[in-house]
Design a binder for this molecule. Structure first.
Ligand code: PMP
Length: 404
């Protein structure tokens, strides 16, 4: 069992008031709040350790480099990757996907080759590939969803053909909450020798990830969604792919030797880390991972799943409630509309009652098109949310409904 009161005390922002009401933060799918240990670590790095990494012989630079590399090891261990060579720091999930799209397509795709994604993807996992449609002439194939918001797996297998070069799929939908059967997707793709990228932006914070057990070829996530600093992302990739992929950006650190006659590149993972990274944020990410590990992802999953089920059951009691995404396996997010109340109106009125939810298309416009709507209200829970908060949220939704 989680000691939620003790956990809440670690997150200073949770005692904030909005319009004089206690903040009820249910926008965890967009970003998570930061525990004191992460905030303190950022201050500590700037006040005791700040020096550019990987370049200096002086003590501070070496200490900062060691601390940054300690996070690389912490990330490796967190997702059980075989080697730190396979852990690349980026700006976020978005940059990680763009890196793979650009570099993988440059090396392995020619005109007419195909990449499979799904109808429920975030724009980061759509537009990154669409850019390659223009640059490399590749084509996107899209797995449709059923009425519960689950992928149609039988349709997936039909999309695979000799031109398929990669499958790129989200683990958990940021809109529907659907947990996709990535184990099956990876097995099917690998049967045809096709690599798979998993967008873990909405799964890394809610369940244990073991990239060796999954056998995915790439796994990407953002630090800010797992209680870490903003502007940091991770790309895990199997060495066999990363080794053959060309650099994504040029600059300092990613080179072996530079000359006007020709330049050689650094080894993994540095080949993909051009320029000064946000080493302060990277160092603090280790604190976030340790924090999550100490609570335990199994306990987190159990607690959050119960909260999600409770919230769903309570919302369903409201007349006119329609929940988008009723998959058998769900995590964290509930998207809904009530009668014809506009999602913005619902979101703004909830905000006046201190409740933070997300409204709109959630960077998934093709999914909205498939659902035949413009947007939803989305509540997304984290382990610091409580049943009392869910009760207050549901009561507030009822109040909004009664106003219309
Ligand atoms: N994929 C999914 C499933 C997401 O939920 C998000 C963030 N909403 C992203 C990608 C993009 O993440 P970021 O903005 O941190 O790069």
């Amino acid at each position: 069992m989680l000691d939620v009161n003790k956990i809440r005390a670690d997150f200073p922002i949770l005692s904030t008031k909005i319009y004089g009401k206690p903040l009820i933060y249910l926008d965890n799918g967009a970003t998570t709040q930061k525990p004191r240990c992460v905030v303190d670590e950022i201050e500590c790095v700037y006040t005791t350790l700040n020096a550019n990494v990987h370049r200096g012989v002086h003590t501070l630079s070496q200490q900062a480099t060691d601390a940054m590399e300690a996070t690389r090891e912490a990330v490796r261990s967190f997702i059980n990757a075989p080697s730190t060579k396979e852990i690349i720091f980026t700006k976020g999930t978005t940059e990680s996907i763009n890196l793979v799209a650009h570099s993988f397509c440059q090396q392995f795709c020619s005109e007419g080759d195909e990449i499979i994604i799904s109808e429920m993807e975030h724009h980061a996992n759509i537009v990154s590939w669409q850019l390659q449609e223009t640059i490399k002439g590749i084509k996107l194939r899209v797995i449709p969803i059923n009425e519960r918001g689950e992928l149609k797996l039988d349709e997936f297998e039909k999309l695979i053909n000799p031109k398929t070069k990669l499958v790129s799929i989200m683990h958990v939908s940021n809109v529907l909450g659907t947990v996709n059967p990535i184990e099956e997707i990876i097995a099917i793709a690998h049967k045809h020798d096709i690599p798979v990228l998993i967008d873990g932006a909405q799964s890394i914070q809610h369940q244990t990830i073991d990239v060796q057990q999954l056998d995915c070829d790439f796994f990407v996530f953002s630090s800010h969604k797992i209680y870490g600093p903003n502007g940091i992302g991770v790309l895990y990739g199997k060495e066999k792919w990363l080794d053959r992929m060309p650099p994504y950006q040029g600059g300092g650190e990613m080179i072996g030797h530079v000359s006007f006659k020709g330049t050689t590149f650094n080894e993994l993972p540095f080949k993909f880390e051009a320029g000064t990274p946000d080493y302060v944020g990277i160092i603090a990410l280790r604190k976030a991972l340790e924090y999550v590990k100490n609570i335990g992802l199994d306990s987190i999953k159990q607690y959050e799943d119960e909260l999600l089920q409770y919230c769903t059951a309570e919302l369903m009691k409201i007349d006119g409630m329609k929940i988008y995404g009723t998959a058998v396996r769900k995590s964290s997010a509930i998207s809904f509309l009530v009668n014809d109340i506009h999602h913005y109106d619902m979101g703004m009125l909830l905000d006046k009652m201190g409740i933070a939810v997300r409204t709109g298309h959630h960077c998934a416009q093709p999914l909205m098109e498939a659902l035949g709507i413009e947007g939803t209200v989305r509540a997304s829970v984290a382990f610091y949310n409580t049943r009392d908060e869910i009760d207050a949220f549901v009561a507030a939704v009822r109040r909004v409904v009664s106003m219309f």
